[in-house]
Write a protein that binds this ligand. Sequence first.
Ligand code: FES
Length: 91
Amino acid sequence: MMKLKVLFYHSKRENILAKFDLDYDVCKCHSVQLCEILHAINDRGAKTVEDIGVMTDAGTSCRCCVNKHLDNNVVKLPLYLDDILNKLKKG
Ligand code: FES
């Protein structure tokens, strides 16, 4: 079941995330998977990156996974916490 695409887990408003498996590690430092981020936002009421950090630890170490401006890697990450929050807020 973990290999199901996000598209099948949530409505089409989230389809920008559809190319990522639910077990995709959004936060590499803490191995926090996309399904945990979505659960924090959709089911536990996380509204900010800080909320997600408190609930999952994502984004609380190097902060590269928060957004592209904080990502100091040479090869940028393909998905950030801000991207997920913004997409879900827009609906
Ligand atoms: S990759 Fe998320 S805090 Fe480092």
